[in-house]
Design a protein around this ligand. Structure first.
Ligand SMILES: C[S@@+](CC[C@H](N)C(=O)[O-])C[C@H]1O[C@@H](n2cnc3c(N)ncnc32)[C@H](O)[C@@H]1O
Length: 201
């Protein structure tokens, strides 16, 4: 379904999403309508690498499931973390791919990107970078990555066709996508689709 058909103002939606996730970054112990933090990641059976990820990242973990339950990443792989937030999944991935691999996290909320960079420095890994940018316009060459991971991000984006087309473009032929996300079982009413609070929550 196109953004026009949904009838939502994408500029307003992005503004509200950034506001929500700036709060998750700056007030990680506040009450949100979704679960956050290390206890939540542990409930999701995150791999052992989670233990080394600094609290400064994990306290703002806001994923919806565990993309590593679809398989571990291999040493040497080039990984894109789409909507990397405060960096938990990227920093797990950086440990899995090791010095011969690299991880790039991209997120449109500047507070999240700053937090992820701080956590990477704290962990002391040199194979990960965090960029500010939008999933609909990825600033990467074609075929730049072996695997894309993403956690709780694509559900926030109205134009999913554009996102998947971008992921297909930046993945190397034969590359893979390990996405954890929210899906719906029943159609949402037109009124519900236009409700910004339902998108951001
Ligand atoms: C639910 S949080 C998940 C963050 C992280 N993946 C995690 O597991 O903690 C969603 C993240 O997606 C980012 N995001 C939402 N829409 C985006 C878009 N169109 N482009 C880039 N990032 C986006 C938000 O800024 C937020 O940090």
């Amino acid at each position: 379904m196109s953004v026009e058909e949904i009838g939502i103002d994408v500029g307003v939606l992005k503004h509200e999403i950034k506001k929500t996730y700036a709060s998750v970054s700056s007030e990680p112990h506040a009450e949100f309508v979704f679960p956050t933090g290390r206890a939540w990641a542990e409930d999701l059976d995150y791999p052992e690498e989670l233990a080394r990820v600094p609290e400064s990242a994990v306290e703002s973990f806001a994923g919806v499931a565990n993309p590593f339950s679809l398989g571990r990443l291999e040493p040497g792989e080039r990984v894109l973390d789409l909507g990397s937030g405060a960096g938990t999944d990227s920093l797990v991935a950086a440990q899995m791919v090791g010095d011969g691999g690299r991880v790039t996290g991209i997120d449109m909320t500047p507070e999240m990107v700053a937090k992820a960079r701080g956590a990477a420095a704290e962990l002391g890994v040199a194979n990960v970078e965090f960029l500010e940018g939008e999933a609909e316009r990825l600033p990467f060459e074609d075929a730049s990555f072996d695997v894309v991971i993403s956690n709780g991000v694509i559900d926030l984006i109205p134009d999913k066709d554009v996102v998947f087309s971008e992921l297909h473009r930046v993945l190397t032929p034969g590359g893979r996508i390990q996405v954890a996300d929210v899906t719906i079982q029943n159609p949402v009413s037109a009124e519900g689709r236009r409700n910004i609070d339902l998108w951001t929550g």
